[in-house]
Design a protein. Structure first.
Length: 318
C-alpha cells in the first residue's frame, strides 16, 4: 500500500509544507511566511487536513528540543523570534493528526535528505551548511543525525577575522561569529546592498569565502565528514564555491590528503552544492516522515534500528 507522507520545512522566514510518496517524490507543496506560531501552525495543519497523511516529517528552525522524554520535546525553545520562544510546535500538530512524526532541525533534515537522495547518497556521513538569513550546519555522522547536548549550532562558531575586514558582525549574541560575518544579512549590512547585487569580482566574495572556508576546514578536521554540502541563498552565487574550495585547500595545507577526500576526485566532488537543489530541506523533512512511519511500523522489530539502517534501506529501495 502506498502512503502519502507530509513534510514541513519550517524556516524563520517562511514555512514550506508538502506531501510526497515513500520513494521521495514530492506531489505538492505550498509556502507561506512564518507569522505568529498559532496562525502559522494552524495554516500548516490545515494544509494537511484533507490529505490523509500517514506520517509527517518536520525540519524546524531552532533552537528546538530533540531530547526524547523531555517535557518540552518538540518545542522551539530559546529562539529570539517573536512569539516562538517555548512554543509547542510538535504538540500543536499532534493534536490535529495522530500520526508518527519525524522531528529535527531544518539543517539536520536537509543533511538527511542529501544523504538519502542527494549529493551524499550512499554515504554514512555528511555536513549540510545553509548560508542564508542565518548560517546553520546539519551533521549526519555514522548514519545518525547528530543531536548531542542540544544540537549542533555551527553557525555561531567563532572565526578568525579576515585581515581586511573591520566589520563588527550582525549576530545579536556574538557579533562576529560565522553567522554574524557571513550570513545574507551580514553581507547586506557590511556592503549596503544585498548579496545578489554584488558583482562576482567584488572583494566581498573573497571575505565571504574566507569565513565559510574556515568553518568548513574546522568541521572537516573535527568531524571527518565524507561530503560537505553548501546550500542556502548566498550559495546561489556560483563563483563562491570555487573560492571556498581554494581556501579550504590552503587551510588544510595537505594535512588531510586531498586523495582521501571524495576518494581521489579531490575537493571539487567533496565540497559541493546540494544534490537536491533548493529542495534539500523539504525532501529531507519528507525523509524524516518516511523514517518515522517505518520505525512506527517496525516498532519492536529489527527495523526499529538506527537511522543508518533506515537510510541504507531507503537508498536501496529507490
Ligand atoms: P532562509 O535562510 O531565510 O531560509 P535563503 O536561504 O534564501 O532563505 O537565504 C536568504 C538570504 O540569502 C538573504 O539574506 C538573501 O539576501 C540572501 N540571498 C538570496 N539569494 C541570493 C543570491 N542569489 N545571492 C546572494 N545572496 C542571496
Ligand atoms: Zn552568533
Amino acid at each position: 500500500m502506498s502512503h502519502i507522507i507530509g513534510a514541513i520545512e519550517a524556516g524563520g522566514t517562511k514555512f514550506v509544507c508538502g506531501i510526497g510518496t515513500a520513494d521521495g517524490q514530492l506531489l505538492d507543496r505550498v509556502s507561506f511566511p512564518t507569522g505568529q506560531p498559532e496562525e502559522t501552525l494552524t495554516r500548516a495543519a490545515d494544509y494537511f487536513a484533507a490529505k490523509q497523511v500517514a506520517a509527517i516529517g518536520i525540519g524546524s528552525f531552532g533552537p528546538i528540543d530533540l531530547r526524547p522524554g523531555s517535557p518540552t520535546y518538540g518545542f522551539v525553545t530559546t529562539t529570539p523570534k517573536p512569539g516562538w520562544k517555548d512554543c509547542d510546535f510538535l504538540g500543536t500538530l499532534r493534536r490535529r493528526f495522530d500520526v508518527p512524526y519525524g522531528w529535527d532541525t531544518d539543517v539536520n533534515a536537509a543533511a538527511y535528505g542529501e544523504a538519502v537522495w542527494g549529493a551524499a547518497r550512499g554515504l554514512d556521513s555528511c555536513l549540510y551548511y545553509t548560508i542564508g538569513t542565518g548560517v546553520g550546519v546539519g551533521v549526519y555522522a555514522e548514519g545518525q543525525l547528530l543531536h548531542g547536548l542540544l544540537h549542533p549550532e555551527g553557525g555561531h562558531t567563532l572565526p578568525r577575522r579576515h585581515p581586511d575586514d573591520g566589520f563588527a558582525g550582525v549576530c545579536p549574541y556574538h557579533g562576529d561569529c560565522l553567522e554574524g560575518m557571513a550570513s545574507g544579512p551580514a553581507l547586506q549590512a557590511r556592503w549596503g546592498v544585498p548579496g545578489h547585487e554584488l558583482p562576482a569580482d567584488h572583494p566581498a566574495w573573497e571575505i565571504e569565502a574566507h569565513y565559510i572556508a574556515q568553518s568548513v576546514s574546522s568541521a572537516i578536521l573535527m568531524l571527518s565528514p565524507r561530503k560537505v554540502i553548501l546550500g542556502g541563498g548566498v550559495m546561489q552565487q556560483e563563483h563562491l564555491l570555487p573560492l571556498i574550495r581554494r581556501d579550504v585547500a590552503q587551510n588544510l595545507n595537505g594535512y588531510v590528503a586531498a586523495e582521501a577526500l571524495a576518494e581521489g576526485e579531490g575537493l571539487d566532488s567533496y565540497i559541493v552544492a546540494p544534490g537536491l537543489g533548493t529542495e534539500s530541506g523539504l525532501r529531507g523533512s519528507l525523509a524524516l516522515g518516511i523514517r518515522a512511519l517505518r520505525e512506527h511500523k517496525g516498532a519492536g522489530a529489527a527495523v526499529h534500528a538506527s537511522p543508518a539502517a533506515a537510510s541504507a534501506m531507503e537508498t536501496h529501495a529507490k
